[in-house]
Design a protein around this ligand. Structure first.
Ligand code: MOS
Length: 743
């Protein structure tokens, strides 16, 4: 039997955490990924592993100029090359750009024959093999009418667009920051810059498309299936019902798979044209231009203090780049909004329009790069007061949201500072830079605060209690390496009183109930709540069948106990499955309470006094992100985020050729992400304070929180080690060496 959906809108705070009813003992435990054996044995099919009979291979043709008009394309040689099935350059639905996870965009855009960024899709070659398609692509001759473009943010800082359309947060001006800066006894006014970053997921984007009749099936590497489906339907002029999108396994997203790339649409077009399933896998080098990147930023931080270190005013004004006509604006000051005290506030995001590929959401949009600047500035100011960086932050810890005046739902930041300091051994830090030496190495410690807004998205799930004594969880949610399969199984097992191996989880298929998808660290809260709510309906039905109230029912190991009566769940099914749907929707609590997750990041580094080389020696963080669903996957998320902090502080930089508008760091040899040798012992701990205002589970997002503040902990440790501040990231050894004195 199927019950009516159990739908909850978060207009009221949860009276109790829904998971607390469970006694199975699964939630919170360190549970290994249930799909782990499939992945480690190569049996989990990622998009490009999809096995379809008779598949052909597509290779995306890309532009070799940044700005101009395509006058002619000569495909004759390519078309007659061995194994080539089709060369498609003039299809009316041809896309050129990805959607960059941009909700305001209704379809993957097509503005050809105008080219407006380098490496843009201009067509596709389809052949019997990937190699044949790639080789034939080299034979395509494109004749361009090229124009001069704008490729360098720093050259156009005077020509910015204020309050650009597509800003994720409005500009905020309260009080008069200029006046406060002019009159305050202690002020800081520093501009920090961050470069473009690639999302750099391990699995390059890939799509396999196949048609059955007038419907298309898309196997693709995507984070958000509901939006992808809508984007694909609009781009192909199809009814939504004609599009099925599947992404059961995704090899990392980091924001880069929130959008729908041109290769998805091209695969569908190529499959239609050739009558074959078509596989399109981007090469790593193609991802540089065909996948959105994070915008570079220029961030002016102004902080005005009284004599004792109380913040009187705070300004975080940024200029970020974006492609002309596109609307995702990196929300740089997002993490600054509610972070510290101070009456005067100025938070603005302005845009420089460039003719480079589209910028979009990458790994904690806003907080990651924003915290790098803000938290480095806080360290600089603490030193001016001769204060411990933690004491300075505590002095400016607000009691309520300083901007909105609303209460924090939960905010255990001070506890994170204290516990982090204790665990890390912060009291052993020498506050004077350059005094701790270990041979050639100058050693230092640094810390930073972390914050990330907490989000909830509408999400639907179906749970079925089955005659075989197990349960099935179904939703179109994705698991992008985050542990979704496992936490949803834990939630269902906890609620229904079943061991984890009795729970089957099916994800990543738009034929299943639509979920939040994976993005903005909202996945666990959103999809998890929907699963728990579906279970609640099943529990109510079981209680009814035992003639007790749900509260009297205890479910464990497949047995229901109420009062002195016991029954196996299978017996209660009475010959038919019980299926139920759960729906969670965000509501008024999102506005009534200021919701964010918090943490304190600590790092110890060695800086080589001769070469300026930095080795991070250890990192430790304590996070407050509500209830923890799985100690292992939570820790994985947290330390993954922290490692990205090392990465953007020290390594990552997507370099644009200022003459051509092309990214030149197109592979992982040139685009540096940390490898194992760069990553020391990383420890993450949690203060568990379930947030009743956030969602019925009391959980908050983790992955992007781990990213926030992590880079600044490293840069502050570098300063403590050697007395060098670098304000233009990444902090590579050449920049540090320039500041080091004689050995
Ligand atoms: Mo995220 S950058 O919203 O995947």
């Amino acid at each position: 039997m199927t019950k009516t959906p159990n739908s909850v809108t978060m207009d009221e705070s949860a009276e109790r955490i829904i998971l607390d009813r469970g006694v199975q003992g699964l939630v919170g435990k360190s549970v290994a990924r249930i799909e782990g054996p499939l992945k480690t044995s190569g049996r989990a099919d990622y998009a490009n592993d999809t096995k379809l009979d008779g598949a052909a291979y597509g290779f995306v043709l890309t532009s070799e100029i940044s700005l101009g008009r395509i006058k002619a394309i000569d495909v004759a040689a390519a078309r007659s090359a061995a194994g080539v099935l089709a060369v498609i350059v003039d299809h009316p639905l041809l896309p050129s750009d990805g959607s960059a996870g941009n909700a305001s965009l209704k379809r993957v855009p097509r503005d050809l024959p105008e080219v407006d960024s380098y490496g843009q899709a201009i067509g596709i070659v389809v052949a019997e093999s990937f190699e044949a398609a790639r080789s034939a692509a080299r034979l395509v001759r494109v004749d361009y009418d090229e124009r001069e473009g704008r490729y360098d943010t720093t050259r156009h800082l005077e020509d910015v667009e204020h309050e650009p359309k597509g800003g994720l947060i409005p500009d905020i001006k309260r009080g008069d920051i200029d006046a406060v800066m002019a009159s305050a006894p202690v002020t800081l006014d520093i501009t920090y810059t961050t470069p473009h970053y690639f999302p750099a997921a391990m699995e390059p984007h890939a799509t396999v498309a196949t048609w059955t009749g007038d419907g298309v099936e898309i196997h693709s590497s995507l984070q958000l299936l509901k939006t992808a489906r809508a984007m694909i339907a609009a781009s192909l002029d199809l009814d939504l019902s004609k599009v099925r999108v599947l992404a059961p396994y995704v090899g990392g997203g980091f924001g880069g798979k929130t959008g729908t790339g041109p290769e998805v649409i091209l695969a569908a077009i190529a499959s239609k044209e050739t009558g074959r399933p078509v596989k399109v896998a981007l090469t790593r080098r193609q991802t540089a231009h065909l996948v959105h990147h994070r915008a570079d930023t220029h961030q002016r931080i102004r902080i005005a203090c009284d004599d004792e270190g109380h913040i009187l005013g705070i300004g975080h004004n940024s200029i970020v780049s974006q492609k002309a006509g596109r609307s995702f604006i990196e929300p740089v000051s997002l993490g600054t909004l509610a972070m510290y005290k101070g009456e005067a506030r100025s938070f603005t995001q302005s845009a420089v329009r460039l003719n480079i590929p589209v910028a979009g959401a990458v790994r904690a949009p806003g907080e990651a790069v924003g915290s790098l600047a803000l938290e480095t500035a806080m360290d600089e100011l603490a030193e001016r007061f001769g204060m411990d960086p933690i004491a300075f932050r505590k002095l400016n810890e607000p009691e309520k949201d300083p901007l909105r005046g609303s209460p924090f739902s939960t905010r255990r930041l001070v506890d994170c500072y204290d516990e982090g300091a204790r665990r890390f051994g912060w009291d052993r830090r020498n506050p004077t830079p350059g005094e701790v030496r270990d041979g050639e190495w100058l050693v230092g410690m640094g810390m930073a605060a972390a914050t990330r807004i907490n989000l909830l998205q509408e999400s639907h799930a179906r749970v079925s209690l089955r005659l075989d004594g197990g349960a099935l969880v179904e939703t179109d949610m994705t698991d992008i390496g985050t542990g979704t399969y496992t936490i949803l199984a834990q939630i269902a097992g906890e609620m229904l009183g079943l061991p984890i191996d009795r729970i089957e989880v099916r994800l990543g298929d738009t034929n299943l109930p639509p979920s939040s998808g994976s993005g903005g660290s909202f996945g666990a809260a959103s999809s998890g709540s929907s699963v728990a709510l579906a279970c609640e309906t099943i529990i109510a039905e079981l209680a009814r069948r035992m003639d007790v109230s749900p509260d009297q029912l205890v479910l464990k190991d497949g047995v229901a106990t109420a009062r002195n009566v016991q029954s196996s769940l299978v017996d209660l099914l009475d010959g038919d499955d019980i299926a139920a749907e759960g729906v969670i929707k965000p509501g008024k609590t999102a506005r009534a309470y200021s919701q964010a997750a918090h943490g304190a990041q600590f790092a110890e580094v060695g800086v080589n006094a001769v070469t300026g080389e930095v080795r991070v020696r250890r990192m430790l963080a304590v996070f407050d992100c509500g209830r923890i669903l799985n100690a292992r996957t939570a820790r994985n998320q947290a330390i993954g985020g922290m490692i990205w902090g090392i990465s953007y502080a020290l390594h990552e930089e997507a370099v644009v050729d200022k003459r051509t508008g092309a990214f030149v760091t197109r592979d992982l040899a040139e685009y540096h992400v940390p490898v194992s040798a760069d990553v020391p012992a990383v420890e993450a701990y949690f203060i568990e304070d379930p947030d009743r205002h956030a969602n019925p589970l009391g959980v908050k997002g983790i992955g992007e929180l781990g990213n926030a503040g992590a880079g600044a902990a490293v840069t502050n440790a570098i300063y403590n080690a050697c007395g060098v501040r670098v304000r233009d990231f990444p902090m590579t050894l050449d920049k540090i060496l320039a500041g080091l004195g004689p050995v």
